[in-house]
Design a protein around this ligand. Structure first.
Ligand SMILES: [Zn+2]
Length: 341
């Protein structure tokens, strides 16, 4: 377990936390239009963003191509954060020993945004150490400034790939409210970018089932039919496929992509992959007959969501970070989506 402490006085700033892979939700800005905001991470966990994050912000025009590519960005974006890389995110309930800076509580419609920099200081020495985000359109999270904190404690045991399916709790694609899971929407947005990149423009086909429900409609629009097509399947621990492209799990702690022997691999968060891996592909059939007269159900039928749509902002964000986006056909797709966001 890890405890982050203040760089100024060693005051403990977090509860003991274990490292997990950064969810593909960080830059997703989901929430406002959904009227729903949730913690980014589970309690007792932390994740590290390897990219620069937070202010100052630089306009794309100020950055030349070589610098952008050195940062792993291959397509234009409006602004780039130029803060430190390696910011650490935790669940809000895991913060300790801090207090808000009133003049940094840039209250917007629903809460704190942190656009001007850290808004939490150490209670012991007054050192600015973290940013609380509690704003519509953003996930509930606290970002620890990597320049202002120290990491103490030992490394956690890393689960082996063979333990993945037992160790990871699958996340279903539909929430109890009847809405698509935002994790699935974000995961699909990121995977769609990788899928396009490895497809090299070939049409991608897949059997009916949950993978088709997530990807087929969008891929059929973005990759028009041509003389050849590539197949898409599921691969990973305990599975095998000879599909040209396979959806494979990302390690839940290290974010490594499962090492597929041959064929292209597209990573999915482990919680999403394990749900697909456990899917038994059974079809539900209408039952014959009906409830007897006078028997009434006391609960409404479960709500069904609309057509699944991968998160477009995660898609744009991910595609811009793949070198393949420099190819004209893929760049055109990026531009088409980027124009609307
Ligand atoms: Zn301190």
């Amino acid at each position: 377990m890890t405890v982050f402490t203040c760089g100024g006085c060693d005051n403990a700033l977090t509860a003991p936390v274990s490292q997990v892979a950064l969810p593909p939700l960080v830059h997703a800005y989901q929430g406002c239009e959904r009227g729903w905001i949730a913690p980014l991470l589970e309690p007792g966990t932390f994740a590290v963003d390897p990219e620069p994050a937070g202010p100052p912000w630089r306009a794309w025009e100020e950055i030349d191509t070589a610098e952008a590519e050195a940062r792993g960005i291959y397509a234009p974006t409006s602004y780039l954060p130029d803060g430190p890389s390696g910011a650490i995110c935790i669940a809000p309930g895991d913060i300790r020993g801090t207090v808000l800076i009133p003049e940094r509580c840039d209250a917007s419609c629903w809460g704190l945004y942190g656009a001007d920099g850290p808004n939490l200081v150490c209670t012991q020495c007054g050192h600015a150490v973290a940013t609380r985000v509690d704003h519509c359109g953003h996930w509930q999270v606290i970002w620890l400034d990597p320049r202002a904190v120290h990491r103490t404690g030992g490394d956690d045991d890393v689960i082996g790939w063979e333990e993945l399916r037992q160790a990871v709790e699958p996340v279903p694609p539909v929430e109890p409210s009847g809405r698509w899971s935002p994790l699935w929407e974000a995961a699909a947005g990121a995977a769609l970018a990788h899928l396009l990149a490895v497809s090299e423009g070939h049409r991608v086909i897949m059997p009916d089932g949950p993978i088709a429900q997530v990807f087929r409609q969008t891929l059929d629009v973005l990759l028009p039919s041509g003389p050849s097509s590539w197949t898409l399947g599921l691969d990973g621990p305990g599975l095998s496929t000879d599909a040209d492209i396979a959806l494979v799990p990302q390690h839940p702690q290290t974010a490594e992509t499962w090492p597929r022997g041959t064929g292209a691999a597209v990573p999915l968060p482990a919680e999403v992959w394990t749900h697909l891996a456990a899917h038994d592909d059974r079809r539900l059939l209408l039952a014959i007959g009906s409830l007897p007269y006078g028997v009434r159900r006391d609960d409404p039928p479960p709500p069904l969501p609309d057509q699944f749509r991968p998160d477009e902002r995660v898609f744009i964000h991910t595609l811009a970070r793949l070198p393949a986006v420099r190819q004209p056909w893929l760049r055109a797709i990026h531009e088409r989506f980027a124009r609307t966001h």
